[in-house]
Design a protein around this ligand. Structure first.
Ligand code: PGA
Length: 252
């Protein structure tokens, strides 16, 4: 078994319900004409997950969410649990996105609990990690990513990695139009894979899908995907425009 290639769209807090349906319909239509080699995943806002799964669940797209609670249920006003997502047949959840870390003060320890919640409910966790510009400019990027990966993932049993995907997203590249060069991304992806190999084993590290995220666009996707340790992308802005997202999917 070789590792999966995945192109995932993170819609963040964009789109009305009718726009969400129209965008998904356009993506579904596009992949029906040109079947992708990669799996295509979409993380819309929570509100649309059930609707899109019921309407487009059989169109070759997988749907998930952008976050989940660390708890399965309880008095947590405004939160959504992984068990609820599971009940909708959501396939995956993003965990530890840098916007959650920055605006909601999520720590690696809390993120680890969210990963546990996703796995407990049979949902794949897409664990987002990556350094800030200051951390890169001061030469600390490898240390930062090592700490993020070890704190969130090293407590897991090896078997859990069947439902783990890592997304390396340098914070300085997210929504900025500045992409990590293919060499910078490849270097960090190889480093992340080596961390998993050292902590677990070679076969497990070889199976793990590591996505790149941060200003992936139609004009840079192919060179990123040509790197040996880049197994696809987590796409923000360009996933909101069907033609752009379909071009990225075609590059996969
Ligand atoms: P971007 O976002 O593609 O707009 O840079 C990526 C992300 O936040 O996952």
């Amino acid at each position: 078994m070789s590792r999966k290639k995945i192109i995932a769209g993170n819609w963040k807090m964009y789109k009305s319900q009718s726009e969400a349906i129209a965008l998904t319909a356009a993506i579904a239509e596009g992949i029906s004409h040109q079947p992708p080699t990669a799996e295509v995943w979409i993380a819309p806002p929570f509100l649309y997950v059930a609707k899109l799964i019921s309407q487009f669940g059989n169109s070759g797209l997988a749907f998930g969410a952008q976050d989940c609670s660390a708890h399965d249920e309880g008095a947590y006003t405004g939160e959504i649990s992984a068990s609820m997502l599971h009940s909708l047949h959501a396939r995956f959840v993003l965990v530890g996105h840098s916007e959650r870390r920055a605006y909601h003060q999520e720590t690696d320890i809390q993120i680890a609990l969210k990963i546990d919640a996703a796995l407990r409910n049979g949902i794949t966790a897409v664990y987002c990690c990556g350094e800030t510009l200051d951390e890169r400019n001061t030469g600390r990027h490898f240390d930062i990513v090592r700490a993020q990966v070890s704190e969130a993932l090293f407590h897991l049993p090896a078997l859990a990695f069947e439902k783990i995907v890592i997304a390396y997203e340098p914070v300085w590249a997210i929504g900025t139009g500045v992409t990590a060069s293919p060499e910078q991304a490849q270097e960090m992806h190889a480093f992340i894979r080596s961390l998993i190999e050292q902590q677990f084993d070679t076969a497990l590290a070889a199976q793990l899908s590591i996505l790149y995220g941060g200003s992936v666009k139609p004009n840079n996707a192919a060179t990123l995907f040509a790197q040996p340790d880049i197994d696809g992308a987590l796409v923000g802005g360009a996933s909101l425009v069907a033609s752009d997202f379909l071009s990225i999917i075609a590059a996969g």
